[in-house]
Design a protein around this ligand. Structure first.
Ligand code: P1T
Length: 380
């Protein structure tokens, strides 16, 4: 089955043997009747499993060419489950430019449980190996990175993870499986904040993990059930519905992203534009190699690096909404230094380029003329 068919049908056959409903029914139940203790039809309690969630988990697995999907109550809950594979004394090499909430989970929670994190500019693959030692267990990759849009070579990371017997996890939230499928090029775990492009409509918070290896899937399922950060059936249904249009939404996100990146590049008040599709992007060649197109996420800085200027721009936008999050049909704008990445100390975030004048756009699927006109008036 090709990708554009998988978004609609992947993992969804025989979802409703009872009445043949085309969409998986929302099984709004916490528990299931048993004829004798343990005598049930595959489900006993909705933390352990729910048929609507199963349909979503199967869809996740199909989209990423994995064998097993797991759905969580948020993207961070999915990351949390991966970290629970580790033990005190274990070490993780992670990219130094990543979602602020992931950084906060690593440094403010798991560091206190004795796990050591090394934050490295992973777009330079040769820098990674220097931080690997006998305690290293996990490479945590986010590509494109949030918000600097660095591209990390997944294949190069897979070579390292095999050489040193590490797990390689890729946060595929920005790219989505429409643009890249990390399991196909050697990753062990793919993670998503399905809150974003997979859901696609800014109406739900959900996380995903997808793997191929059965033993790893069993361990993650054990953690999912034992820790309990599962998503409900209504939310599962919403993401299932969103996934059906992922391919056509992504196509438009990419087209609009390209037009806006080019517009911003030529604007006299803009200093730098970060979008991996621009030939001037430092990782453009890797992006071309591992991604089908370049997505709808763009960051840029205004000239002079003055925070008040950047804030004025985001406040003036009318079609772009000033808000956290990304990946919905509607365009959003954010100011990472004071919003999504405020949990990263200023000196740390500035090292990676998250300066005070940085603005992040999640380019939606509206008419491109209206989006460019909005940016023009806000920058004017
Ligand atoms: O918000 P949640 O569903 O828990 O997902 C966390 C997360 C994980 N990984 C990446 C790359 C993310 O971008 C996020 C969430 N990000 C935002 C809310 C944001 O505005 O960047």
């Amino acid at each position: 089955m090709k990708f554009n068919t998988k978004t609609i049908h992947g993992g969804q056959h025989n979802v409703d043997p009872a009445y043949g409903a085309v969409m998986p029914p929302i099984y709004q139940t916490s528990t299931y009747s048993q004829t004798t203790p343990g005598g049930h039809k595959g489900y006993e309690y909705s933390r352990s499993g729910n048929p609507t969630r199963t349909a979503l988990e199967n869809a996740f697995a199909s989209l990423e060419n994995g064998k097993f999907g797991l759905a969580f109550s948020s993207g961070l809950a999915a990351i949390d489950a991966v970290l629970k594979l580790l033990k005190p004394g274990d070490e993780v090499v992670s990219t130094n430019d990543l979602y602020g909430g992931s950084y906060r989970l690593f440094t403010k929670i798991y560091q206190d449980f004795g796990i050591k994190f090394h934050f490295v500019g992973m777009q330079d693959a040769s820098a990674i190996e220097k931080h690997i030692n006998k305690n290293t267990k996990l490479l945590w990759v986010e590509t494109p990175t949030n918000p600097m849009m660095n591209i990390i070579d997944i294949k190069a990371c897979a070579v390292l993870s095999k050489k040193h017997n590490l797990l390689l996890a890729v946060d595929n939230t920005f790219a989505t499986p429409y643009l890249q499928q990390p399991l196909e090029i050697g990753a062990d775990i793919v993670m998503h904040s399905a809150t974003k492009y997979l859901g696609g409509h800014s109406d739900v918070v959900i996380g995903a993990l997808i793997v191929k290896d059965e033993k790893l899937a069993e361990r993650l399922y054990f953690i999912q059930n034992a820790s309990g950060a599962v998503c409900g059936p209504q939310d599962s249904f919403l993401v299932l519905r969103g996934i059906k249009t992922l391919h056509i939404r992504m196509q438009r996100h990419c087209e609009n992203g390209k037009a806006i990146a080019e517009y911003l590049t030529s604007h006299p008040k803009i200093e730098k534009v970060y979008w991996p599709g621009l030939p001037s992007h430092p990782n453009h060649e890797i992006a071309k190699k591992q991604m089908k197109d370049f997505g709808g996420m763009i960051s840029f800085t205004t000239k002079g690096n003055i925070m008040a200027d950047a804030i004025k721009v985001v406040e003036r936008l009318k079609i772009f909404t000033l808000a956290e999050s990304l990946g919905g049909v509607e365009s959003l704008a954010g100011h990472p230094a004071s919003m999504t990445h405020a949990s990263i100390p200023k000196v740390e975030r500035e090292k990676t380029g998250v300066v005070d004048s940085l603005i992040r756009l999640s380019v939606g699927i509206e008419d491109i003329d209206d989006l460019i006109a909005d940016l023009k008036q806000a920058l004017g």
